[in-house]
Write a protein that binds this ligand. Structure first.
Ligand code: BG6
Ligand code: MG
Length: 227
């Protein structure tokens, strides 16, 4: 069992953990699903969390039974359209979009000498971090364009530990997506799931809100043997 004192680094998801941007992703996908005539649902929205841009489009098409209706070129156009809508929604976003407690949590990790890296599937993550004013915390980022497999594959979280020169068991991964928690777990790290406990039941530690994310709460959860 991993002990809190053996933890040296934190590997973060971005959308839905650090900032409220998963709402913007959802909005832009919902708009595209409507255009494609695919029924939107909360379940589809949950299943899209953490999934790469092209895989998200494929999932939407599959949900509507339309997976064979479009050429690769058409799919790329739709994905680009979603991204343009997403970037429009991001315009004017600033540090007020940082989720509750996250700014303090990042500062406390830095003050306590934990290493930090980013394991986001989003190619827009450098831009988002800049807009939020949090880029300084994440000198180490996994480049999603270089990955062979998306979440739930362990690759992205395994890389998140490697870029910090840490072993997976020395790291805690923080996620709001079911596929993200699966990725953390199979990479051999301790997982924190933020959000609906029923959706994120595989996480080692569950918090319903980002404001619960404090070193004291994590220590407590690990000490009571939840992990
Ligand atoms: C993840 C989001 O972080 O990034 C997904 O949870 C999104 O909703 C994915 O599809 C890819 O993002 P982007 O910005 O590269 O299209
Ligand atoms: Mg997320």
């Amino acid at each position: 069992m991993v002990k809190f004192k053996d933890i040296k680094g934190f590997v973060f998801d971005l959308d839905g953990v650090i900032a409220d941007t998963s709402v913007y992703h959802s909005k832009a996908w919902h708009q595209l699903a409507d255009e494609l005539g695919v029924q939107w649902s909360d379940e589809l929205a949950d299943n899209l969390k953490g999934v790469s841009r092209m895989d998200s489009l494929e999932l939407i098409l599959k949900t509507g039974g339309k997976e064979n209706d479009y050429t690769q070129e058409e799919k790329e156009k739709y994905a680009a359209k979603k991204n343009a809508n997403y970037l429009d929604l991001l315009k004017g976003m600033d540090s007020s979009a940082i989720l509750p407690g996250i700014a303090d949590f990042l500062a406390s990790l830095e003050a306590n000498n934990y290493k930090l890296s980013l394991a986001s599937a989003s190619k827009n993550s450098p831009l988002v971090l800049e807009q939020l004013g949090l880029a300084k915390y994440f000198a180490e980022k996994v480049d999603p364009a270089k990955l062979k497999h998306g979440k739930p594959d362990p690759e992205i979280f395994a890389r998140g530990a490697q870029v910090l020169n840490l072993k997976p068991e020395q790291c805690i991964g923080v996620e709001d997506a079911k596929v993200g928690v699966e990725s953390i777990n199979s990479a051999g790290e301790t997982s924190i799931g933020i959000g609906d406990v029923n959706v994120l039941s595989e996480a080692d530690i569950n918090f319903t809100k980002t404001s619960e994310l404090t070193l004291a709460n994590i220590k407590k959860a690990m000490e009571v043997g939840e992990v």
